[in-house]
Design a protein around this ligand. Structure first.
Ligand code: N7H
Length: 491
């Protein structure tokens, strides 16, 4: 049976964080042995799913115990640490077993143009060279994170002659301030929908008829892990798994460095809303928010448009309410087919009947656990005024997107390639959905547009005049179990 002590904390629980830094590293040439040695000393710092769970409970508890003068007491001052390796990293360490994941094996860059729609000229140079791994450090305060990283640096002697790694890129995530906490930079509440995992998480996280998913959808080697099933093979049962034995209870981490053009996205919504004829029943000043909500599939509060089609109802964003809906492939009146959350989790749209009469949602193998965090500063008054993002790198902002799954071709890559970037998906009997307005990429020479944006004229196309999410690169990593870190990675 599954033991939460064996699994790295970010996968099933999420490491509690207000700030999180991704340190991308390379193992120095001829330093595999010293790296393995030093990794032994990192092991006690690795946060397991069990640690992450108790940590979260302690925080909740501490929040309840507010001192009379209003200060929180008893908050633990520890950072959380996880580590994951790319295929280049496995190779550098001399680990030659085939882990049986196509995209992981060739690395993200190789297929990024063809499969993800990236433009390599937008990629950060760090991801164009082989990154060997990533160390995740998260904490509730920057100074705690810094202290955690100092300990990690010390372990690998970073910056010294005998260091075994060099840090090739550091990406600093932090939650947005005040009321925007937990909302991404376009303003939408994020991190709401996650698949619950059998025997691990509470099943009430899922909508009706969806989940919990088999452990092997997220964890390698567990029931439901389909091994190296080619993309498009559809939903298959507990599959032919021929992974190396040390891979069990690990998970693939798809990381994406995604820049967001916030003033531009806002200006687009405003312009399109002003030009839209939506009928007299919607007050003019609410049209922009409604349009934004239809593009995402949720209002900024997190309330699903399927449940709150006319105006925001923040009470429907509550954890016990915000998953309580499904779509019907016959209609996009309540939620456009192209809406980001419908493209990436078409709950109900792919339903089929099993022989025994039960419903198969046909989406279980596509579920991913998302663990991203926002990065970069708030929009400045100058940017807002000019409706344009500054060209100053320091003002770059967006999402450090990270998700876990047992099979990248079935998970992240499928969502981006076969769903978001495919204007025909989710195959309604009438109409043409168009591209995911947030992350969908149209091939050169094709108009990026969607239907369903306007409730009173569902087939009227909306031209998505720019890409507001730009990929600056990324990599695929494998986050091994803690026993595997001990026995196969460290020495
Ligand atoms: Fe998305 N956004 O803020 O608009 N996403 N996403 N995403 N996303 C979701 O349920 C966003 C991206 C998924 O089960 C919400 O957490 C932005 C990529 C999936 O209902 C919001 C970016 C991929 C879901 C956003 C971005 C996905 C999801 C609703 C890029 C995978 C769950 C809140 C900058 C290829 C769907 C929530 C479900 C939800 C936003 C990227 C996938 C608000 C800004 C690259 C599976």
């Amino acid at each position: 049976p599954l033991d939460l002590k064996n699994i790295q904390g970010d996968i099933l629980e999420g490491i509690a964080k207000k700030v999180q830094t991704f340190f991308f590293f390379r193992i120095k040439a001829d330093h595999a042995a010293s790296f393995r040695n030093q990794l032994t000393h990192l092991l006690p710092l690795i946060t397991s799913a069990k640690d992450a769970r108790s940590f979260r409970e302690e925080i909740k508890d501490a929040k309840r115990r507010i001192a009379p003068e209003g200060h929180q007491i008893g908050l633990i001052e520890n950072s959380s640490v996880n580590i994951a390796f790319s295929q280049f990293g496995l190779t550098a360490l001399g680990i030659t077993d085939d882990i049986k994941d196509g995209p992981f094996k060739i690395g993200q860059k190789k297929d990024a143009v063809e499969k993800l729609g990236d433009k390599l000229e937008d990629w950060d140079p760090a991801f164009k060279n082989d990154v060997h791994g990533v160390i995740l450090v998260a904490a509730s305060h920057q100074h705690v994170l810094n202290r955690g990283w100092d300990r990690v640096k010390h372990i690998f002697h970073v910056g010294h002659k005998d260091a075994s790694i060099e840090v090739v890129k550091e990406l600093d995530g932090k939650l947005r301030p005040g009321a925007e906490k937990g909302h991404e930079h376009f303003g939408f509440n994020d991190g709401l929908s996650q698949p619950s995992v059998k025997g691990v998480s509470a099943p009430d996280m899922d909508g009706p008829h969806d989940g919990p998913v088999d452990q092997g959808i997220i964890l390698v080697g567990r029931e439901g892990d389909n091994g190296d099933v080619p993309p498009g093979a559809g939903q298959v049962g507990p599959g032919p798994v021929s992974r190396p034995s040390w891979a069990i209870d690990g998970s693939f981490l798809a990381f994406r460095y995604l820049k967001q053009l916030v003033p531009e996205f806002d200006a687009f919504l405003e312009k399109s809303a002003n030009a839209a004829d939506v009928g007299p029943e919607i007050p003019r000043e609410e049209v922009k928010d409604l349009l934004g909500a239809r593009l995402v599939g949720r209002w900024k509060s997190g309330a699903p448009v399927q449940l709150a089609p006319g105006r925001d109802d923040p009470s429907l964003a509550a954890p016990d309410k915000n998953q309580n809906f499904r779509f019907n492939i016959d209609s996009q009146e309540l939620c456009p087919y192209a809406a980001h959350i419908r493209k990436t989790n078409p709950r109900g749209d792919l339903d089929s009947k099993n022989d025994d009469g039960t419903i198969n949602n046909n989406t279980d193998v596509r579920r991913i656990i998302r663990r991203g965090i926002t990065f970069g500063p708030e929009v400045t008054p100058e940017e807002r005024e000019s409706k344009k993002s500054s060209s100053d790198d320091k003002l770059e902002r967006g999402l450090l997107f990270a998700c876990y799954q047992s099979n990248i071709a079935n998970g992240f890559e499928f969502l981006q390639n076969v769903w978001a970037n495919n204007p025909d998906f989710p195959f309604p009997p009438n109409g043409k959905p168009g591209f995911d307005p947030l992350i969908g990429v149209a091939p050169a020479g094709t108009v990026r547009e969607m239907e369903g944006a306007f409730k009173n004229d569902l087939t009227k196309p909306l031209t998505l005049t720019a890409d507001w999410v730009i990929s600056r690169g990324g990599e695929y990593f494998f986050s091994p179990s803690i026993p595997a870190l001990k026995k196969t990675f460290a020495k």
